[in-house]
Ligand binder design. Sequence first.
Ligand SMILES: Nc1nc2c(c(=O)[nH]1)N[C@H]1C(S)=C(S)[C@@H](COP(=O)(O)OP(=O)(O)OC[C@H]3O[C@@H](n4cnc5c(N)ncnc54)[C@H](O)[C@@H]3O)O[C@H]1N2
Ligand code: MOO
Length: 502
Amino acid sequence: MTGRREADASLDRATDEALALFADTRAAAAEPDPDPEPQRESRGPGGPLPFDFPFDEDPFEDAPAAPGREEPPLDVPFAGVRYYDATGGTAERTGDGTEPSPGHGTPWQAARRTAALATAPLQPCPRPLGDALGHTLAAPLTALTDLPSFDTSAMDGWAVAGPGPWRLPADGDGILAGHAGTDVLRDGHAVPIATGARVPAGATAVLRSEYGIVRDAGELLHATRHITQGADIRPRGQECRTGDALVPAGTLVGPAVLGLAAATGYDELTVAPRPRVEVLVLGDELLREGLPDEGRIRDALGPMLGPWLRALGAEVTATRFLGDDAAALRAALNASDADLVLTTGGTAAGPVDHVHPTLCELGAEWLVDGVAVRPGHPMLLARYGPGKHVVGLPGNPLAAVAGLLTLAEPLLGTLAGRGARRPRRAVLTEAVAGRPSDTRLVPVADRGEGRARPLRFHGPAMLRGLAAADALAVVPPGGAPRGATVELLGLPWADGASGGAP
Ligand SMILES: Nc1nc2c(c(=O)[nH]1)N[C@H]1C(S)=C(S)[C@@H](COP(=O)(O)OP(=O)(O)OC[C@H]3O[C@@H](n4cnc5c(N)ncnc54)[C@H](O)[C@@H]3O)O[C@H]1N2
Ligand code: MOO
């Protein structure tokens, strides 16, 4: 497809920019960072609330290293993994400790920019109106006709010409919506008219039915209140003239855009195709039904990512469950023709974490390999062929959401020809503790009037806070005091209705 070829060409340009940015951000992130998981007392059934991290406490900070034991480095090297060094060059990770420290990863804002620059918009195509919902307008919506396209009665009543009283037609016939009255209304005359009907030439106003009274055996219409010239007539072109720009390119087609497009005469829209996304869920421990049991847990990401991706304007072509099988992962990546593959889990350094080694075997280019954000720091973005991108989401569910919003959303936005999200800000109702070098993404509830309340249960493996949230607050390195203004990443379905959030 020509579009794909064009996309690939500008993708190369985008890659250069992205890699330069990546190199810069790598240079900025050289200090080693221990990453202890919190060691908290767990409480059994019937005990108090399950353990939680208060929102002003960083769940990553409260686990001191065991006495006399050195904390592990943040990013454990893998044999043979290619990475971009601080100068933008590449090297092999040998795992023998001789490679430069990868540090904390790309700063969060830079990671989002890198993801947005990693690709180019897909080739626009026409779509019937009925199939255009959720796509992005690739061309501005311009009016194909005046709206209204004729002088229209805004009320049920009478079209009147000149000052009253007015003489009514002897046959009592009126003008209904959809019926074109052709006779010119002469001064001193009136004709019954329905809302939405075309106002006859010569009419100077519409008199609402509740403001008129018919006397003299139905012959004469009197107004019970003064009406002004043009009253209750919607003049042709009041909303737009033919050729007016109604909605800019890059707008997500929602129901209102569909309605407006139909009103002005469109049968199809030129839209960017929905980016096609394939989800690969990794992990032998995952169950797809029933209760967690014997060390096995329910897959929380399969059910969450599909709808979330669709809400971001993507088409989910498949969700595959691959277990911890490197060969299956490699085969699935090779076989995929999606614009973006999302993997979940397997991004870290465990014995069955196959994402890095597999991508290395496939000769992938690393665009982002770790981000200075909590949760979600092992997230990654790589390209393993022309137009073939993979975003690796960490397995911890809230960390996976952080990866989705940090890397997948900007990339999907670019593929779909949408600009960056409109920044939204709010004032924190409580302080949020920070980390020296990492951004934090914290679920918050909209408290109205631009205030956001940080929610509890925001640990990386938890979804309880997120389920009650309207947005994720972007808390900069160092944390944010109560009253600080922070950026919010809205959740696609949230409308500020989190009244009962904990
Ligand atoms: N030595 C190190 N270990 C870890 C590091 C590190 O820097 N050094 N980072 C930790 C952080 S932070 C995260 S996050 C995780 C990321 O791990 P993976 O992406 O490799 O994910 P897994 O190990 O496969 O799983 C992590 C966790 O999440 C659960 N999980 C996985 N998939 C699902 C799913 N679909 N639904 C629900 N839960 C899922 C899995 O059972 C694990 O509990 O690595 C840390 N380790
Ligand atoms: O703690 Mo990990 O940062 O992604 O959840």
